[in-house]
Design a protein around this ligand. Structure first.
Ligand code: SF4
Length: 376
């Protein structure tokens, strides 16, 4: 298998959504339907060698070999936890690496995909945030994570689906890498790609308000919002992005999302940290917010500690009391079971390897503090 970062000038076909691939084939002087033929080989048969594409003519195979390649990220390490959770460490350029996690459950298999090397948003409770930011992933590096996992798991699109759901909840803020994430999600949804329904592809954001609106117009996928606190003071402390887009603006964007997509719901992620945001008054504040979005649900996540963090997981009794308080108020509330703890694959624990980040992270944070609209 070739790597995403090729030394030649060849084009990586994983960088194109269907329309991009059709355009590329047209540029090569080929009929656009040929692009779809090749696309099926790439995503349904997980084939990365043109020579094995038996219904593609010999001359075209030679032309493709000359001009392009199919390059998913290289697996540096794969680990399986005792509960079946699988984590891949995938190599990028300059010694960087990202993490992709597969969580098998009786009725579904969820793949958690990364969108950036590191993250600039600096949420205080997040292992990725603590690593700083290096760069956005390309479309090939994002969809390549699904490709690698699908190949490893023996996934067959439309037949033997091992990956039934993809969540953009790995390393990075997906909306800060809008164009590449959008193309990758189109490939997840496309029938000639991984063919997943809108409710099975979820993008999770820390709340980049204008881009939530942009996303709702660009594609049908599900939305999750990392909330983690129900008042601005605490949320700004935990998630500096709240200073730029406070809770009222974020919830207004969510209301617009629901208005545009009336049959969908939004999941609000709320990580419970001992003594920080897990008390009855916090639950009351959250209930008040959720009244504005009655069809939405809350996903409670017991905090997953990582080395160097100041936070602790809430006590089981506090978690139970918090959930009960929400449920009694009529808020649909789920409690996420922590998975993959023994391989650091649990939510918020993904760190990968982020190099050369210090200056870029500092620059981005400075621009955020200055209030730049597209600081990230
Ligand atoms: S929680 Fe998400 S947005 Fe915040 S630092 Fe971590 S990866 Fe970035």
């Amino acid at each position: 298998m070739q790597q995403v970062v090729a030394s030649s000038n060849k084009v990586n076909l994983l960088d194109f959504d269907r329309q991009g691939l059709r355009d590329f084939f047209t540029q090569l002087g080929e009929k656009p339907y040929r692009a779809e033929q090749v696309m099926k080989w790439i995503y349904h048969d997980l084939e990365d060698d043109f020579e094995n594409m038996t219904d593609v003519g010999k001359a075209l195979r030679a032309k493709l070999t000359e001009a392009c390649y199919i390059g998913a990220p290289k697996t540096l390490l794969d680990k399986v936890a005792t509960d079946g959770t699988h984590k891949w460490l995938l190599g990028m350029d300059s010694g960087n690496a990202i993490e992709t996690v597969y969580i098998p459950e009786p009725t579904r298999g969820t793949l958690c995909v990364s969108s950036q090397i590191g993250c600039a948003l600096n949420c205080q409770f997040c292992s990725t945030g603590a690593q700083g930011f290096n760069r956005n992933l390309s479309t090939a590096e994002i969809i390549g994570q699904v490709w690698v996992a699908a190949k490893y798991l023996g996934n067959v699109t439309h037949q033997n689906r091992r990956i039934t759901n993809v969540v953009m909840m790995g390393m990075g803020e997906p909306l800060a890498n809008f164009d590449n994430v959008l193309k990758a999600m189109k490939l997840m949804r496309d029938d000639l790609g991984f063919g997943l329904a809108a409710k099975r592809v979820t993008l999770s954001t820390a709340g980049l308000v204008p881009l939530i609106d942009q996303l709702s117009e660009a594609i049908d996928v599900s939305l999750a919002v990392s909330l983690h606190a129900a008042n601005d003071e605490l949320r700004t402390e935990l998630m500096p992005i709240n200073k730029r887009y406070p809770i009222a603006e974020l919830l207004a964007a969510c209301q617009r999302w629901i208005a545009r997509k009336p049959r969908t719901s939004i999941t609000f992620e709320y990580t419970l940290m001992q003594g920080v945001n897990d008390q009855p008054e916090h639950a009351r504040q959250l209930i008040k917010l959720m009244r504005k979005l009655p069809t939405c649900k809350v996903n409670l996540i017991p905090f997953n500690p990582f080395p160097g963090t100041q936070f602790k997981r809430s006590d089981a009794a506090d978690i139970h009391a918090f959930q009960t308080q929400l449920l009694n108020a009529g808020v649909l509330t789920m409690l996420r079971r922590t998975r993959g703890d023994d391989i650091d694959a649990a939510c918020g624990q993904l760190a990968g390897q982020v190099t050369d980040r210090t200056r870029r992270s500092a620059d981005i944070r400075k621009r955020q503090d200055e209030g730049a609209t597209h600081a990230i």
